[in-house]
Design a protein around this ligand. Structure first.
Ligand code: ZN
Length: 196
């Protein structure tokens, strides 16, 4: 078990799609353990294998709070089998040290994956919980997609990246998500009305 170096935004391999795991070998188990060690060392909520330079379809998540016992979750060859609803998620990423911005996410997801022992499981996360949002964030990494690709306010995101000495937004990577954006607009309107 060891702590790996986390690649920063701007590294080309973060944009590459990762490959399926064919066998949960000893080598893969070591990678899973290293991902967990690295995530905990950096106080992260999640970490995907491509972030440590291993382009395999693996990520780990732990959404437990400080006063709860650790709850490591391992996802190998994950597939999102259902998604619905929308939410606004204020996100950061270990590959974007200290930068945070609002992004579009589904509120509910159902995911199928294998655990560290190669056993298949299905998990549902609802109502825009941290787990629901983390699953989408980490899953994206396996396809070379980064959280800023879902940004809601380009100027805000751009300023945040600049403030933390990170490369600018990659405009050609921005995702067009009209249905999600429509839902997000409704949420923003409701928020504005509440404030008045
Ligand atoms: Zn990330």
């Amino acid at each position: 078990m060891s702590i790996r170096k986390v690649l920063k935004y701007g590294t080309a391999s973060l944009r590459e799609p990762s490959k399926e795991v064919h066998k949960v070998s000893q080598k893969i188990k070591v990678l899973v353990d290293d991902l967990l060690d690295t995530m905990y060392a950096q106080n992260g909520v999640g970490l995907a294998a491509p972030q440590v330079g291993e382009n395999y379809r693996i990520f780990v998540i732990d959404v437990s709070t400080n006063d709860e016992p650790l709850n490591p979750m391992v996802f190998i060859n994950p597939k999102i089998i259902k998604k619905s609803g929308a939410c606004i998620s204020h996100e950061g990423c270990l590959s974007f040290p200290e930068a945070f911005t609002d992004v579009r996410r589904y509120a509910n997801v159902m995911i199928k994956a294998m655990d560290r022992n190669g056993r298949s499981f299905v998990l549902e996360a609802k109502d825009g919980t941290l787990l629901a949002r983390a699953i989408q964030h980490e899953f994206d990494h396996l396809n070379g997609v980064l959280f800023i690709d879902h940004l809601i306010n380009r100027f805000e995101a751009e300023a945040e990246l600049e403030k933390h000495d990170l490369p600018p937004i990659e405009v050609d990577k921005l995702l067009d998500e009209p249905e999600l954006q429509e839902e997000v607009d409704k949420l923003l309107e409701a928020k504005a009305e509440k404030k008045e």
